[in-house]
Design a protein around this ligand. Sequence first.
Ligand code: NAG
Ligand code: NAG
Ligand code: NAG
Length: 231
Amino acid sequence: MQVEKSRDRRTMKCLVVLQICAAVVTMLLISTFYLTMYPSNKGKKHTPSTNIVPSNPIQKDNIAILYAIDPIGHSFCFRDGQYGEEITDWTVFNRCSDLDFNSYYAGNFTVGIEGGRVGTIIDLGSRGDLEKKYKYQETVGHGQGYASIHRTNKTLLILDNYQSHTFQAMDESAALFQDASSSTTVAAKLDHVYALRITDRYDGKFERIVKMLVIAYHPNESVTIRWEVLP
Ligand SMILES: *[C@@H]1O[C@H](CO)[C@@H](O)[C@H](O)[C@H]1NC(C)=O
Ligand SMILES: *[C@@H]1O[C@H](CO)[C@@H](O)[C@H](O)[C@H]1NC(C)=O
Ligand SMILES: *[C@@H]1O[C@H](CO)[C@@H](O)[C@H](O)[C@H]1NC(C)=O
């Protein structure tokens, strides 16, 4: 009896030890897996790279809200569709500010505001203005005019005939593609369509052209834009 009991106990002990070993090995395997599959992000730092060619941004749902009072959200970067500033080390830094709302000039958009950047921003008018001026056929929701704006070389184009899918040159082309020498500012207005072009005094190859439509506007607070980079 005694002998058997102690043998049982030894077997039990062995089993427990084995189980613990198995558990430890499993944990080690799992942690190794996670360490190799998901390396730590700690060492990585955001490297501002303002000279990267704009990757073709997603053409759908490019809607952004800019906030006048927000330290980060008052400016916008069309290269990556993110806000223009960042807070690092308890400090606000400029990251990539293509467009400013309200900070340079109250109630206005301003472009050409960082480093060697210069820019032009043009108020093309409201959707109704454009429809009247260029005499194209609109659709329910009046989005056709905005949707059609694009460019070839140094000409901005807008819808001409919807059925034949033809486009006409916009009068503002020359103004948009003239050489800018400073920043430009323009009043933010609800329902207005804007075209902007940013170039760089020191980098002749840099050019960013964007169209945008103000879809909501609360003066002194926020503005919501639909935007698209024009290749
Ligand atoms: C754009 O410019 C290029 C080079 O100058 C020219 O070959 C092409 O025909 C132009 N395209 C249009 C639509 O004018
Ligand atoms: C905003 O832009 C308009 C032109 O659209 C200009 O007349 C006005 O002076 C600008 N506002 C400020 C505060 O500079
Ligand atoms: C926006 O702020 C300016 C300056 O603080 C003020 O003069 C103006 O009345 C404000 N506008 C609105 C619409 O609240």
